[in-house]
Design a protein around this ligand. Structure first.
Ligand code: C2E
Ligand code: CA
Ligand code: CA
Ligand code: CA
Length: 277
């Protein structure tokens, strides 16, 4: 087959992985899964680098499939993004997290909860109204919520994204730019976006001790973000040495396995009790 770029063979790449039998089944089952409570939100703590104080949590979706067991989000989110299913999934995740955030605040826990939005969400002019509806129903204050958007989803349609981001900002939501450094973002656009936070991708953070280049990138990104008036979260913090280095660089917040893996609600509440003790 080598050398023959017949269409029939050449297309067996990631763009067409959605046609694998397993993925097709998963896709057709996602909607039911949402209704049947097979999806669950895990929470990963975000901690202040200097003081170790708990800042909040990122909500990460998990699918506990009755037949396939645990299906990671990387396997169904990109797929759901190419269909209209992502809209249902996002709405479901917003409802869960907003309700939980309101509950924590009722308990006196002043947490900022982050939710991931996909590119399609960010290009949907109905998104701000959808979010407003969920917030009203859950009695959450927008300033308790952080919406994570990826660099690449902004850059696919910067004008339209900027409009939606501006509306969400005006409503009082915090906005975070996720996976920073992995896409091509124009600093000119970044400057225009009313962002709260920049998240440095774990691919840079993970190698910060081994690679001088990554250390330079992490340090420069932190300085860039601070100069733009943004707080910085480093994700993928896997050991104390990385945390120390981030402290030297004046990074604001850290998230990673060293602090805690993403965990279910009960485990998260338990984790908070232990941390507070
Ligand atoms: P992300 O938003 O960049 O989330 C961070 C990912 O890094 C998570 O993977 C998390 O479990 C993982 N992680 C956290 N700390 C560490 C660490 O110290 N080391 C390593 N190696 N990994 C760490 P996860 O939960 O598998 O999620 C993968 C991606 O799926 C997310 O990447 C996000 O893009 C997407 N995703 C997850 N939940 C949602 C959701 O509710 N909606 C949307 N639109 N996307 C979601
Ligand atoms: Ca994220
Ligand atoms: Ca990320
Ligand atoms: Ca990522």
């Amino acid at each position: 087959m080598a050398g023959r770029s017949h269409e029939g063979y050449a297309v067996y790449t990631s763009a067409f992985d959605d046609h694998s039998p397993r993925r097709l089944t998963l896709m057709s089952e996602l909607r039911q899964a949402l209704e049947r409570d097979e999806l669950q939100i895990y929470y990963q703590p975000k901690v202040a680098v200097g003081s170790g104080r708990l800042y909040g949590a990122e909500a990460l979706v998990r699918w506990n499939h009755p037949k396939h067991g645990f299906v990671p989000p990387d396997e169904f989110i990109p797929m759901a993004e190419r269909t209209r299913m992502i809209k249902h999934l996002t709405l479901w995740a917003l409802k869960q997290t907003f309700r939980q955030c309101a509950e924590w605040h009722r308990q006196g826990l002043d947490l900022i909860v982050s939710v991931n939005l996909s590119a399609r969400d960010l290009h949907d002019p109905e998104l701000p109204d959808i979010i407003a509806g969920v917030a009203a129903a859950s009695r959450v204050q927008p300033s308790w919520m952080m919406l994570e958007i990826t660099e690449s989803s902004i850059m696919t349609d910067p004008e339209r994204s900027l409009d939606i981001i501006q509306r969400l900002h005006d409503m009082g939501y915090k906005l975070s730019i996720d996976d920073f450094g992995t896409g091509y973002s124009s600093l000119a656009y970044l400057k225009k976006m009313p962002l709260t936070e920049l998240k440095i991708d774990k691919s840079f953070v993970g190698d910060v001790l081994k690679s001088d280049n990554d250390a330079v990138i992490v340090k420069a990104t932190i300085n860039l973000a601070h100069n733009l008036g943004l707080q910085v979260t480093a994700e993928g913090v896997e050991n104390q040495q990385i945390l120390d280095m981030l402290d030297d660089y004046a990074c604001d917040l850290a998230q990673g396995y060293y602090l805690s893996k993403p965990i279910g609600l009960e485990d998260f509440n338990q984790w908070m009790r232990l941390e507070a003790a």
